[in-house]
Design a protein around this ligand. Structure first.
Ligand code: UDP
Ligand code: MG
Length: 339
């Protein structure tokens, strides 16, 4: 990074320029290595890019909590948000965004699949005036062919289904957000948080920069195929009414077919004085209609369930403890109220 470029005017008067958000769930094994690598990168930034690292412990069941407290004890730039239980990565990221004070915010996975070394590059693009700098994976090392294939299919389906909000392809959660993008995101308090969609929804100038996704450093992915499938449903139902429309047209199409077939039967009976037959066709029609109806009800149910969840108006997550970074405290960051 060019040290002579002027620092952007701080929106909140704080000298904290960068907040790095790291959601962590059972990552004790990899966190020390991750922290070392990230710290090396942050140390290399220009002096005016004062940075804090906000670790969000998403109710880990292993040693993550202890490791994070140790890191916070050792480094002035470490802040730790501990959630009251496991809320999932989307909520952990939301908690991080709610606690971030920096003028730019980077979200990065703790498992070293997103290279911290890319951060200076993200910052450079932010300085050029981009509000959202997405890191696009050109390669997914250490992931099975099936996972790559399903991920590929998912992004294409999403693209087809929601036209207004274009969700960038092959972009994970590794990205940089400007202050105003973060403030915009904080206003989106929906329960079903399909973050990739929310990041796209806010608009503002967005750019993608390519990188190679590495294999997990240690530990294992928390995403089985069932979870990924549900994630895909979440994405689709949170961002489009497409399936409802498909159900409508499917219903219309079957009604049309049924009408045409009715004409055939009437004609058949009139011309041939048809004695009773057609049990197989009757069975097929009944089963087909039953299937279509159940599927449509299921689709409606998906949307209804989401409305049910939203209508409860529960908080998105609960914080068990919040320990701001010593650096931010020195900078006079206001105490953050639990959201
Ligand atoms: N994560 C989290 N809460 C969860 C699951 C995951 O905060 O319930 C974090 C995890 O610690 C990691 C990131 O989200 O930093 C990505 O998780 P993972 O590597 O399991 O996902 P993948 O890379 O396979 O998509
Ligand atoms: Mg991972």
């Amino acid at each position: 990074m060019n040290a002579s470029t002027p620092a952007p005017a701080s929106a909140n008067g704080l000298p904290l320029a960068l907040s790095v958000i790291v959601p962590a769930y059972n990552e004790a094994e990899v966190l020390p290595a991750f922290h070392a690598r990230l710290s090396a990168v942050l140390d290399g930034l220009a002096p005016e890019m004062a940075a804090e690292i906000i670790y969000v412990d998403d109710g880990s069941k292993d040693d993550t909590r202890r490791v994070l407290r140790e890191l916070a004890g050792q480094s002035a730039r470490v802040a730790v948000v501990e959630l009251s239980r496991n809320f999932g990565k989307e909520m952990a990221m939301t908690a991080g965004l709610d606690h971030a004070e920096g003028d730019a915010v980077v979200i990065i996975d703790a498992d070293l699949q997103d290279p911290p070394e890319l951060i200076p590059d993200l910052i450079r693009h932010w300085r050029e005036g981009w509000d959202v700098v997405n890191a696009r994976r050109t390669q997914r090392n250490g992931e099975s062919a099936l996972k790559k294939l399903t991920a590929h299919a998912f992004y294409r389906v999403m693209r087809r289904m929601s036209r207004r909000v274009q969700i960038p392809q092959d972009v994970g959660d590794f990205r940089l957000l400007s202050r105003r993008a973060v403030l915009a995101l904080r206003r989106l308090r929906e329960q079903h948080r399909f973050m990739k969609g929310l990041f796209a929804w806010i608009g503002y100038p967005q750019i993608e920069i390519p990188y190679e996704r590495d294999a997990r450093h240690a530990g294992s992915s928390k995403w089985g195929y069932w979870k990924l499938w549900n994630f895909a449903i979440e994405g689709i139902t949170s961002f489009t009414n497409g399936p409802l429309i498909v159900a409508t047209y499917l219903g219309m199409l079957t009604a049309l077919c049924a009408f045409a077939y009715a004409l055939v039967i009437v004609w058949d009976t009139l011309v041939h004085g048809n004695p009773v037959h057609g049990y197989p066709s009757l069975m097929v029609v009944i089963l087909f209609l039953g299937g279509v109806q159940l599927m449509s009800i299921g689709i409606i149910g998906e949307y209804l369930g989401r409305m049910f969840d939203e209508s409860k108006g529960r908080p998105l997550y609960l914080v068990q403890s919040w320990r701001p970074s010593a650096a931010a405290q020195k900078a006079g960051a206001a105490e953050i109220v639990e959201k």
